[in-house]
Design a protein around this ligand. Structure first.
Ligand code: SIN
Length: 293
């Protein structure tokens, strides 16, 4: 059988795909998303995301408006609390970049250089994100993705029992002050939009019912109800388990890649690059989600 194959669902999917990593992720091939005729296929991708958690489509040429239109088919879009990086004219697009124009950064640099699930620090975190590569360095700046379904399912049963009903506190302020210690602190308005929130450590996918681990670095401040040292040790152990090679896909970006991921059952981590030598411009839209349970 060739690497490209029709997905074997009851109704054949209207796209061709191949696996990206054992157990999760697909690359969809032969698809031009710039053409509104692809909308029916985008709707099939919305459904496919529940099963595959991560979808890559390479070789795209997307206007900002088309990126937003495609994203809206997944749900309502959120606008980021750091408004200074909504620089495309469309507030739904959050720019990640090391580039400055007229002395001002066009995007947030060094955003997401930690394992996290987007917007886990709000009460109703994002269900999914669509990240489009406008300009990428020839080396470095890979993004890593971990399947939190696989991470949960491979935990020893005793650990599953122990953590099944635990909760954790997620804090944007805590993350921001660590990640961006060299910048002005969050404003009162930004803090008011991002109070600490409590989420389950094990969450249920609202569409499939499949369980996943819901942890992360830096944004997750503590596992609730445990002494500080025990909480830190358990969190570190769960994070280390979740990012094992067996559950992790490393993406090497090419210009024109679009990756769609399910924040309800994956986490991801951007990696460094030579930012004095290379430019990186990425556009992300973030789809609204519901309260984890
Ligand atoms: C993110 O959404 O966390 C950023 C990922 C990346 O820039 O590769």
């Amino acid at each position: 059988m060739s690497m490209s194959q029709r997905l074997s669902t009851a109704t054949p999917a209207p796209f061709t795909s191949r696996p990206l990593h054992p157990g999760f992720g697909i690359e969809v091939t032969d698809l031009d998303l710039s053409n509104p005729d692809s909308d029916a296929v985008v709707d099939a991708l919305v459904t496919a995301l529940d099963t595959h958690s991560l979808i890559l489509v390479r070789g795209q040429t997307l206007s900002n408006a088309r990126h937003v239109d495609i994203s809206r088919r997944f749900g309502d879009l959120l606008t980021h609390v750091l408004k200074q990086f909504l620089t495309t004219g469309l507030p739904e697009i959050y720019v990640l970049s090391n580039v400055s124009e007229q002395g001002k950064p066009i995007g947030n640099h060094k955003e997401g250089w930690n394992w996290h699930s987007d917007l886990s620090y709000v009460a109703e975190p994002s269900m999914g994100s669509l990240l489009y590569s406008v300009e990428v360095p020839p080396e470095g700046a890979d993004t890593l993705f971990a399947s939190m379904h696989l991470a949960w399912e491979s935990l020893p049963p005793a650990t599953q029992t122990k953590i099944r009903n635990m909760t954790a506190t997620h804090s944007y302020e805590g993350y921001y002050s660590r990640a961006f210690a060299d910048r002005a602190p969050l404003t009162d308005e930004q803090k008011a939009r991002t109070p600490d929130v409590v989420h389950p450590v094990v969450r249920t996918h609202p569409t499939t019912g499949r369980l996943s681990l819901y942890v992360g670095q830096d944004i997750v401040k503590q596992i609730d109800g445990l002494p500080a040292e025990e909480s830190a040790a358990l969190l570190a152990a769960l994070n280390a388990h979740a990012i094992s090679d067996a559950f992790t896909y490393r993406h090497k970006w090419q210009q024109g890649d679009l990756i769609i991921w399910d924040n309800r059952c994956t986490m991801h981590c951007a990696t460094p690059y030579d930012d004095n030598r290379y430019r990186r411009v990425m556009h992300r839209t973030t789809v609204a989600g519901t309260r984890p349970f």
